[in-house]
Design a protein around this ligand. Structure first.
Ligand SMILES: [Zn+2]
Ligand SMILES: [Zn+2]
Length: 307
């Protein structure tokens, strides 16, 4: 049986330039030969491509990498799961800082001053939306350097929005967007755990990965907005939830069109209301932010009619 490696051991393996070269070589060869379906590289192929003094030295380094970053089978060497992750990180140069992108105009209204003057920038390596009128922040989300290098202008904004949407869809299934481990979500009072400065909301959904400790916190109406019923409800009314940035949702909290409240205490139940024109979608959520039922309500001056 293989002994389990510690993080120290694993990263120690990479402190040698030849080993990084071997990993790059396997990736490039796979890329070049993808049409032939070759997934592994033989010892002699690697020896031809990597600058190393002799075969016994190569054999030593391959031995060190095998089991952690490479796996050996009949045809030669291929990546393990960890090797695959690592080589994508190295080739994409996501260890560099993201480049500066200047200021990109984006839609939405400032929560603080009400101006439609939001601009996206990269600040402290984070994608940040800030109001140009009052300089207050509206939104911040992580970006990867490769993402920023590959997209400019509104294209970058779209890339962040889709990244955020895919993170949220996984979160709804209790899947960690980073490690695919188990996420646990609970609804909390937003006074205790604020989700962004100045966001006027009563409740928030906080999700935390039990394995890699990734945490995501967002206003409860936003978590509910990604429920399929809400995506359909908005789509029918010309709004693409998956293609909209959180900072564009802020205005709905501000004017009260989106709200959350606790409607039951034993067991606890929350109701999120998402209003669009004359119709409201109500989503009922449990303590773990799971939607248990929904209803559409027609808003009329003389009262409400459920559908
Ligand atoms: Zn402002
Ligand atoms: Zn995780």
């Amino acid at each position: 049986m293989e002994t389990e490696r510690t993080a120290d051991d694993v990263f120690g393996l990479l402190s040698d330039e030849i080993r990084l070269d071997i990993l790059r070589t396997v990736a490039l060869a796979q890329h070049e030969e993808k049409r032939t379906g070759v997934a592994a590289l033989s010892f002699s192929d690697i020896y031809d491509r990597v600058e190393v003094d002799n075969t016994s030295k190569l054999s030593y380094h391959l031995g060190e990498l095998t089991g952690t970053f490479l796996r050996k089978h009949e045809d030669g060497y291929a990546f393990t799961h960890a090797g695959e992750q690592l080589i994508r990180f190295i080739l994409s140069e996501n260890y560099q800082s993201p480049p500066d992108v200047g200021r990109i105009e984006t839609d939405g209204v400032c929560l603080f001053c009400g101006e439609s003057a939001l601009q996206a920038t990269i600040e402290e390596q984070y994608f940040t939306v800030r109001c140009a009128a009052c300089e207050r922040p509206a939104f911040s989300y992580r970006v990867r350097p490769a993402q920023v290098r590959a997209h400019t202008g509104t294209d970058l904004i779209d890339a962040v929005i889709w990244e955020q949407a895919s993170d949220l869809l996984k979160t709804q299934q209790d899947v960690c967007p980073d490690c695919a481990g188990h996420l646990e979500t609970e609804v909390v009072d937003a006074e205790d755990e604020p989700v962004g400065s100045g966001v006027p909301v009563a409740f928030a959904a906080i999700s935390e990965c039990q394995q890699c400790l990734r945490q995501l916190g967002l206003p409860l109406p936003y978590a509910a907005a990604y429920h399929p019923e809400s995506i359909a409800f908005h789509w029918e009314r010309g709004v693409d939830i998956l293609g909209t940035g959180f900072w564009e949702f802020h205005r709905y909290l501000n004017d009260g069109r989106w709200s959350s409240e606790r409607v039951e205490t034993d067991p606890v139940e929350y109701r999120v209301e998402l209003q669009r024109e004359t119709t409201s979608l109500r989503l009922y959520l449990d303590a773990n932010a799971v939607v248990t039922r929904t209803e559409r309500v027609q808003r009329r001056d003389q009262g409400e009619r459920r559908s």
